[in-house]
Design a protein around this ligand. Structure first.
Ligand code: DX5
Ligand code: ZN
Length: 222
């Protein structure tokens, strides 16, 4: 079933040059409908990145689908702000929530698409009780916090498990994979059931980011 789904690449701006973000995202616009925005608070993860004002500014210069990945301790407190800033998907980590369902519903009620993410050290079944409420599941394939890490190979089984459970409940949500994706493993994660590949370094670390997206895409779907 997963082979028939459309596959997209979401370039992650974490690996872009922050001094020229507008230019960086224009480079990938012709080849990427999605853009992945990593929000880190220096608390849930040991790094600090961008927040609401950057999402708001980028919204003015991009018509891409903004996939906002919240790696923050109190996501409930910021959902409305990111929704108003122009997020399309808002993804929260299951580990950060006492009541994931209420967060997913709050995202839906604010007119956005709810995503649920899971840390590689958390048993994958932790997201299963909430899958009927999601439009996207983000399977982290590195420990969240930094770009440029190595893909954890056990992620493929975790992707397959999520996809199988979504199929069982007849939810055609996106399964996204984030961390260490490149030309060499793109087809493995797609075969496992992923259909949104978040890619940072292997896109913005290349001289021609658009060409890099095309090449990863062609590997992903071959
Ligand atoms: C890591 C972030 C990723 C990161 C991926 O915590 O969630 O989105 O940008 O970067 P690469 O592709 O370099 O692993
Ligand atoms: Zn991310």
């Amino acid at each position: 079933m997963s082979q028939k789904m459309s596959v997209n690449i979401a370039p992650s701006i974490l690996a872009a040059d922050f001094s020229i973000l507008g230019e960086e995202i224009r480079k990938v616009r012709p080849v990427a409908d999605f853009l992945h925005l990593d929000v880190m608070d220096g608390h849930y993860v040991p790094n600090i990145t961008i927040g609401v004002p950057v999402v708001e500014s980028l919204r003015k210069v991009s018509d891409q689908i903004f996939d906002v990945h919240l790696m923050i301790t109190n996501p409930l407190d910021y959902i409305e702000a990111f929704a108003s800033a122009g997020a399309d998907y808002i993804t929260v980590h299951v580990e950060t929530l006492e009541n994931p369902l209420s967060a997913l519903r709050l995202i839906r009620d604010s007119g956005k698409k709810p995503g649920l993410s899971i840390h590689p050290d958390t048993p994958i079944e932790a997201v299963f009780p909430y899958l009927s409420e999601v439009d996207l599941v983000l399977v982290m394939s590195v420990r969240p916090g930094f770009g440029g890490q190595k893909f954890m190979p056990q992620s493929c089984d975790r992707i397959s498990a999520v996809r199988a459970e979504l199929d069982r409940i007849n939810n055609h949500a996106i399964v996204s994979v984030d961390g260490g994706i490149h030309k060499g493993n793109a087809s493995d994660v797609v075969r496992a059931g992923a259909n949104l590949l978040v890619v940072g370094s292997a896109v913005f670390g290349e001289k021609d980011p658009a060409q890099a997206v095309r090449e990863i895409m062609s590997c992903a779907t071959s």
